[in-house]
Design a binder for this molecule. Structure first.
Ligand SMILES: [Zn+2]
Length: 455
């Protein structure tokens, strides 16, 4: 049994003072309210629930900062030229370097307050048709165990080059399993993945899977009661191609052809008209927004105001892992909307400030898209995933509990994280992740080597 005495803790959406969290077998077994410090308690000044990173491609961490120049072809850079660079990186990946890259990415996630990661994974083949999906999954699992993060593994189907059934490119063939191979992989992982980790299922995007295959994935999602993840409407080009082939826009097509409900996580959904935005909001699905990646790739801005006005659910993800900091994602999310609308406090709720409302939105959304309703809140029976902050930081000076989340999100990049616990175990203490030095060393070695051979 571990006990934490917190001077302030965000318990089930309410700030409380002087509470004790009694932690056993990875869960918050009970909470003592209005109590005092006992000998043996871990003293914490300010405690909030750990955050779910709802969308990650861990391997792309190795590309961060390497694509911020004009492409070699001298074309105007855009999402698609970035994708070419990302494809070149995938040709260098194997299970060993994926494990090292993912470990570094996950260590950074835990150190920044993410305690769960939804890994959207489609790197299944070594070369054309040479299935190495299990070693690649095991590399991610090892990275999760070494970093301590809770992994929600999402195997992804990728079966065609475009809406018209275009052939896969040589790079894309590394993502492709037949439908039978894909479901065999899913079944095999499902049998072998253990708590605290879990599995979902997904398709890369509407352009890369057929309607029939997506329906089979939906059947499995319903049967196993697991979340279904898909990228959608990230780029305008994708929307134009969808209209060309399906006679309607991507989100509208999904709403017309599938029972979009709470089990679905639509990633990005950047380009939606008013009807799509309101209907998707009312469907119960969650949109995963990835503001730093969406900005970095030039995707565009989501219509957050209309979506929230219609009770839409959101989560956040670090996606390409260009940077790893949940508070930065939330700041970008609100600031993008302010720039778009020329108004302020787009995310606020009735009695909640923007920062507090954003934290609540993404905590609930994270539990939906991970298929785990024990995460995202500090309550009796919840998992013991939590962040301890230093409330003596100047960041919090003059703030009361009404504005603590605003201080965290809007007033600086250096969030004063002292300790992070996942599933009842401390992985960050005194501001340092226990695996930081080794992860950093292995990552630098692998990525230096990879870029020598890419350039
Ligand atoms: Zn993505």
């Amino acid at each position: 049994m571990k006990t934490i005495f917190a001077r302030k803790a965000y318990v089930e959406g309410i700030w409380e003072q002087n509470v004790r969290l009694n932690i056993d077998k990875g869960l918050i077994k009970s909470i003592d309210h209005n109590t005092e410090y006992f000998n043996g308690d871990t003293m914490a000044s300010l405690v909030v629930p750990g955050i779910c990173n709802a969308h990650s491609h861990a391997f792309q961490r190795a590309l961060s900062g390497h694509t911020e120049h004009k492409s070699a072809s001298n074309k105007q850079d855009n999402f698609w030229t970035w994708r070419d660079s990302m494809y070149r990186l995938t040709s260098k990946l194997d299970a060993k370097n994926l494990a090292d890259i993912a470990t570094q990415a996950y260590v950074e996630m835990v150190a920044s307050g993410y305690t769960s990661v939804v890994e959207f994974h489609y790197l299944h083949c070594k070369t054309d048709n040479d299935d190495f999906s299990i070693p690649m999954f095991e590399a991610l699992l090892q990275a999760a165990n070494d970093s301590g993060i809770r992994l929600i593994y999402i195997p992804i189907l990728y079966e065609r080059g475009g809406f018209k059934g275009e052939e896969l490119s040589s790079h894309q063939k590394r993502f492709s399993l037949s439908l039978d191979q894909f479901f065999d992989h899913y079944d095999s992982v499902k049998k072998n993945i253990n708590w605290p980790h879990s599995i979902g299922i997904g398709a890369h995007s509407l352009r890369t899977v057929t309607c029939e295959s997506l329906r089979e994935i939906e059947v499995v999602s319903n049967k196993d009661q697991i979340p279904l993840h898909i990228h959608v409407a990230e780029q305008e080009m994708e929307t134009i191609e969808c209209v060309d082939v399906y006679n309607t826009t991507p989100v509208n097509w999904l709403l017309d052809n599938f029972d979009i409900n709470r089990q679905w996580c639509l990633i990005h959904a950047t380009h939606m008209n008013t009807k799509e935005t309101t209907e998707l909001a009312k469907s119960g699905a969650t949109v995963c927004l990835c503001p730093s990646t969406e900005a970095n790739l030039g995707d565009g801005l989501f219509n957050l105001q209309l979506y929230l006005e219609n009770s839409g659910n959101i989560a956040i993800g670090s996606d390409s892992n260009i940077s790893i900091n949940p508070f930065e994602e939330l700041r970008w999310l609100e600031y993008g909307q302010r720039l778009l609308t020329r108004k302020r406090n787009i995310s606020k709720k009735l009695n909640l400030s923007s920062g507090n409302a954003l934290f609540d939105y993404i905590s609930l959304g994270g539990s939906h898209v991970s298929g785990n309703n024990l995460i995202g809140s500090l309550g009796e029976g919840s998992v013991a995933d939590l962040i301890v902050m230093d409330d003596s930081s100047p960041m919090f000076a003059g703030h009361n509990t009404d504005t603590l989340f605003d201080a965290l999100i809007f007033s600086g990049v250096n969030v004063p994280i002292q300790n992070v616990m996942v599933n009842g175990e401390w992985h960050v203490t005194d501001g340092k992740h226990r695996a930081l030095d080794l992860a950093r060393h292995n990552y630098a070695k692998q990525v230096t080597q990879m870029f020598k051979s890419v350039n």
